[in-house]
Design a protein around this ligand. Structure first.
Ligand code: IMP
Length: 429
């Protein structure tokens, strides 16, 4: 059986905390989408760190952690993260035994990162505000069939790999020089130099060195998961980002480039639909979003500042301040319809002593969440004011009423409530 964890808003809902708290009940923990654009913050007996690629189950010694086929892998970032996890007390031999990388996952190349930055610059005022990790370009290359998969990386002869790499490197350098320099009046030279996209040699050497250290982690992970499923083992599928950053169902084009829905968990792991049992949608008691894109329930600046400080609302990957809004039930109702079977609510403690609270339950003149980012940017939220609560959440009448409102509007029960950043600060309902 497999359970899924997805973000139900625009990412940063606290998925890392929830996965860390519950993944000890599973045999496998599998990342199925995104790449090192994600930042899953963990605080437990090993200390505090933000994971970007390694599944958050890594701190439970019996859990096999899989970087699934739907993930894109930045090798240097993964190797640094392995060292960080080891630095926090998980032995390298243990990581090497329990961490698996799908042979079908794609490799982030140096030019993807350069393109990400160039594309953002060329967008001018319409920047998406990407994490600059090359995510859009690597997924574009995957779909355009220009990518390199982990399985190819580790099985190809060095000479074949070299031919492929040099061909792709210079094809991409040519695109940078012709397309972007002509569009943007020479800005690319700077990025080109800064990124080192000048000679293929050092990049190829780095690729070979990382291949050597990571090769033993690569396997046909879907087969591992099929077997686990057939044996009745328990699998937790850990999503990155959030449903409203999904390429299809999010606020396109202000989205990420991989699937963030429960359905994406299947495609990104290889598990069959009948394996799924629960889909846990992680949601904050309010709403946040990083960078550009429509955000109907965004608060006034003063309230945002207060909550940002209290809730440490700064990106775990980029450190950027997050935009803050009131709880938006319209987007949560859509997330529910995409397959969430229960909610895990986080950060109710950050709203303690804010009184009254506003909750958006509809957009004026809109029956559903608007399709286009343009019309969503025009959406006028309709609010109800509700009573706030004090510091103790578990027995608070007001907090319970808040959760009941979420349940009634979304028709999905709240099962888990996180009351602080530590692993044990959580209760079930
Ligand atoms: P990209 O995924 O780097 O291409 O960025 C696309 C959009 O998704 C930007 O608005 C990012 O801020 C947002 N994004 C990507 N990853 C995360 C995340 O882990 N949390 C929150 N927002 C994210």
């Amino acid at each position: 059986m497999a359970d899924v964890i997805v973000g139900a808003q625009w990412g940063d809902e606290g998925k890392g905390k929830i996965v860390d708290a519950i993944s000890g009940n599973y045999d496998f923990c599998v990342r199925f989408n995104g790449g090192n654009n994600a930042g899953h913050t963990i605080i437990n007996e090993f200390g505090e760190l933000a994971l970007h690629l390694i599944p958050a189950g890594i701190f439970h010694p019996h859990v096999i952690c899989v970087i699934g086929n739907g993930v894109v892998v930045n090798l240097a970032s993964l190797w640094a993260e392995i060292s960080e996890v080891v630095g926090h007390g998980v032995p390298l031999t243990d990581v090497a035994e329990r961490l698996k990388i799908s042979s079908r996952s794609h490799v982030v190349m140096p030019w993807h990162i350069v393109f990400d930055k160039l594309q953002e610059q060329a967008r001018g005022k319409e920047k998406i505000g990407t994490t600059s990790r090359g995510i859009g370009p690597v997924f574009s290359d995957k779909i355009a069939r220009h990518g390199l998969r982990m399985g190819d990386l580790v099985s190809m002869k060095e000479s074949d790999l070299r031919s492929w790499f040099y061909k792709e490197f210079y094809r991409n350098v040519k695109i940078v020089r012709t397309v972007y320099e002509s569009i943007a009046l020479g800005f690319s030279r700077e990025i080109e130099e800064e990124s080192g996209l000048v000679s293929a040699d050092p990049h190829f050497r780095e690729l070979m060195a990382l291949r050597d250290v990571l090769a033993s982690y690569v396997c046909e992970s879907e087969e591992l998961l099929w077997e686990a499923h057939e044996k009745g083992q328990r699998i937790l599928l850990e999503g990155a980002q959030g449903i409203h950053l999904d390429t299809d169902f999010g606020t396109y084009p202000y989205v990420t480039s991989s699937p963030c829905t429960p359905a994406g968990a299947l495609q990104g792991s290889g598990l069959p639909p009948q394996a799924l049992t629960r889909v846990i949608g992680v949601m904050k008691a309010y709403t946040t979003r990083v960078a550009a894109g429509p955000f109907p329930s965004e608060m006034d600046e003063k309230t945002q500042n207060a909550i940002r400080e209290k809730g440490k609302e700064f990106g775990a990957t980029t450190g950027r301040p997050r935009r803050i809004g009131w709880l938006d039930l319209v987007i949560l109702m859509r997330s529910a319809r995409l397959g969430v079977t229960e909610w895990a609510v986080t950060k109710g403690d950050i709203l303690s002593r804010t009184n009254p609270l506003k909750v958006c339950y509809a957009y004026e003149d809109e029956k559903e969440s608007p399709v286009s980012a343009f019309s969503m940017a025009q959406a006028r939220p309709v609010y109800v004011e509700v009573d706030g609560w004090g510091d103790a959440l578990e027995n608070s009448r007001e907090f319970n009423a808040y959760l009941q409102m979420i349940e009634q509007m979304t028709k999905v029960p709240v099962r888990l409530v996180s009351t602080g950043p530590q692993r044990e600060q959580i209760f079930t309902r």
